[in-house]
Write a protein that binds this ligand. Structure first.
Ligand SMILES: CC(C)(COP(=O)(O)OP(=O)(O)OC[C@H]1O[C@@H](n2cnc3c(N)ncnc32)[C@H](O)[C@@H]1OP(=O)(O)O)[C@@H](O)C(=O)NCCC(=O)NCCS
Length: 261
């Protein structure tokens, strides 16, 4: 899925082609976490291999760097806030197994995809904020992401699903990132079941999954304008870690980018 920039542009900047984004939008999409000073090399690499859209996650730039980005065709789409929870401080509140939450398996991937599709319909993330990306396909990116994650049969990943009458209504995905660390990949509750504590329960079960594996540091992220998720992080005792901006840079003129617009 990833084609490292090192081989192509002679730099150590991290940039790779995104299989998920390219498949979904039908154009060549690359991603980078390069610093502002490394971006010219990344842009050069994108031009060389015919990338149409570059998604850049950039630590909060100062005003001069921001101006340079904008002058060079980068448009800011969102700001992600990262949160951390030290589960050791919450051991007393980690619940027992909850009968309505189950560990999803590969054969649940289709239903998890359908759930993610409705949970992320119209989500205010960087895809939906880009007027050049069709909303329907933006919803689908999250659905596919959830599907692929659920299919990836790894002992370091888990998809927990909250079911009501056998119907999945909420999910959370966790990836182990180290001996004692894990990250929250994606979570969502079906709109009609929101505000009933489903995510609260999933968070408790996620904590249990982590504690059982010796994981005590959990990192998650949310768009800064995602009030519900920000409330949930604060409610569950997470602390703000840092923020990062998502910029999009298109390499084709508006209106000519894709056959689906
Ligand atoms: C964020 C989300 C997962 C929460 O799921 P949920 O099952 O409704 O969560 P809960 O019922 O446990 O808690 C929701 C809390 O948010 C609060 N809330 C909802 N909308 C809010 C808003 N606009 N501002 C502040 N708080 C809000 C609710 O009052 C509730 O708080 P309380 O029970 O402490 O009073 C759900 O809203 C969702 O799927 N959103 C779309 C996808 C998403 O944002 N995913 C997270 C990023 S990956």
């Amino acid at each position: 899925m990833g084609q490292p920039i090192e081989a192509l542009a002679g730099t150590s900047s991290p940039a790779h082609l995104s299989g998920l984004d390219s498949d979904k939008f039908g154009i060549r999409v690359a991603r980078t976490k390069a610093s502002c000073s490394q971006l010219p090399a990344v842009v050069h690499w994108c031009r060389k291999i015919n990338v149409k859209l570059l998604i850049a996650r950039v630590p909060l730039p100062g005003v001069p760097a921001r101006k340079t980005l904008i002058r060079n065709g980068f448009a800011q789409m969102d700001t992600l806030e990262y949160w951390v929870c030290n589960l050791r401080n919450h051991r007393d509140t980690i619940p027992m197994h909850h009968h309505e939450v189950k560990l999803a398996h590969q054969n649940d991937a289709d239903s998890v995809r359908s759930l993610a599709r409705i949970a992320f319909h119209g989500y205010r993330g960087h895809y939906h904020c880009d007027p050049r990306l069709p909303d329907r396909l933006c919803d689908e990116v999250y659905a596919d992401w959830a599907y692929r994650f659920c299919l990836s049969d790894s002992m370091h990943n888990a998809t927990l699903v909250y079911e009501i009458d056998g119907k999945p209504v909420g999910f959370t995905m966790i990836r182990r990132t180290g001996n004692t660390d894990a990250e929250i990949v994606l979570s969502g509750t079906s709109p009609e079941f929101r505000g009933r504590g489903i995510y609260r329960t999933l968070h408790g079960q996620r904590g249990l999954w982590c504690i059982e594996r010796g994981i005590d540091r959990l990192v998650g992220s949310a768009n800064f304008c995602n009030e519900a998720m920000t409330h949930c992080y604060q409610r569950e005792g997470f602390q703000r870690l840092f923020s990062i901006n998502t910029f999009h840079k298109w390499f084709i003129k508006q209106g000519s980018e894709c056959s689906f617009c």
